[in-house]
Design a protein around this ligand. Structure first.
Ligand SMILES: [Zn+2]
Length: 339
């Protein structure tokens, strides 16, 4: 039977943005300990995969940006923006983080994995074509989506449930109707993008779906949003693969966020994603770690996620009516998706 792959590597512990930084190597250590203790059956840890190559990088980033990050290699401490810093091995870690997503996509397309969790750092969804920001150096999921397209997928759906809007990923595919970007995020909040009216441009109009949220949303609210908005959009779009920016800063303990999701809530989100993947694209589903800054909340959220990915059933998903707090999205969904 095909397994759930967890792609990770000790090099991800060597990206060190400084002892006072919330995006710390301890995050990954906490998750690894949690996964070891949980000992979930049907899960295989994979540590041997290639870093992203130059071709992967320049599908999403400018040559100048790649050179700028490469130039930090070997330097003990560089400050790229107020939130984003590097250590001597950050460039190598960032290449391998993107490589985990690209390799995971290949495993799914070859039918060698049930589904994939890329347990990586640094995170990626804020990284723009020409700029590191928000703890992100290269955009891991955007590179995975671009790689999936180059490998023959006609349509790629990216789902981003991190607390923060994935500005980098949205911008990478803003004029593209082959990569649909769907994001739930606290708004207004860092990085400032992600209004409901940001729906794409040119050929890409309608293929960006933003669900800005005021804060305080918990398990039931997230499941209702996924079932009422994501399920009908995904059925209309019919992706060949689903990639997910999995951010655990929506958990109730998170110091940076105002959401209230519990481990059960993460299981609920993953059940919808897994059900959609089974229904639409032969189960091809990859999640990649983004944020999450409570060591306990992050650990418990990822363990719940991996347990659900490895669970034997593929749950059927049912859409539900739009919750009253999302009334503002109704016109947008009707005009682009006839929902
Ligand atoms: Zn975040």
């Amino acid at each position: 039977m095909r397994e759930t792959l967890v792609l990770t590597n000790s090099l991800f512990l060597e990206h060190d943005p400084g002892s006072d930084h919330v995006e710390s190597p301890e995050r990954l250590r906490s998750i690894l300990k949690g996964l070891e203790a949980a000992d979930i059956s049907g899960v295989r840890r994979v540590e041997d995969f290639a870093p992203a190559g130059f071709e992967d990088l320049v599908r999403v980033h400018t040559r100048e940006h790649v050179d700028r990050i490469a130039a930090t290699a070997g330097s003990p401490f560089e400050i790229l923006d107020p939130d984003t810093r590097t250590s001597a091995r950050s460039y190598d870690a960032a290449l391998l983080a993107a490589g985990a997503v690209v390799s995971g996509v290949d495993e799914l397309l070859a039918g060698r994995a049930r589904n994939v969790f890329a347990l990586v750092r640094p995170p990626g969804h804020h990284a723009e074509a020409g700029r590191a920001m928000g703890f992100c150096l290269f955009n891991n999921v955007a590179m995975g989506a671009a790689h999936a397209r180059a490998a023959g997928c006609g349509r790629v759906m990216v789902v981003d449930f991190d607390l923060h809007h994935g500005n980098g990923t949205q911008h990478a595919f803003y004029e593209d109707d082959t990569v649909l970007y769907f994001s739930t995020h606290q708004y207004p909040h860092y990085p400032g993008t992600g209004a409901a009216g940001e729906t794409g441009r040119g050929a890409g109009e309608g293929y960006t779906v933003n669900v800005p949220l005021g804060g305080g949303q918990g398990d039931a609210a997230y499941e209702a949003i996924f079932r009422s908005v994501l399920v009908p959009v995904a059925r209309a779009f019919r992706p060949d693969i689903i990639l997910v920016s999995a951010g655990y800063d929506i958990c109730y303990q998170d110091p940076l966020g105002g959401m209230a999701v519990t481990p059960d809530g993460f299981r609920g989100i993953v059940r919808v994603l897994k059900g959609l993947a089974a229904e639409l694209c032969e189960g091809r589903l990859l999640l990649s770690l983004e944020g999450g800054y409570s060591l306990e909340g992050l650990r418990d959220g990822v363990v719940a996620t991996v347990a659900e990915l490895a669970a034997a059933d593929d749950p059927a998903v049912e859409p539900c009516p739009l919750p009253p707090e999302l009334e503002g999205l109704a016109d947008i969904l009707r005009s682009w998706w006839d929902i």
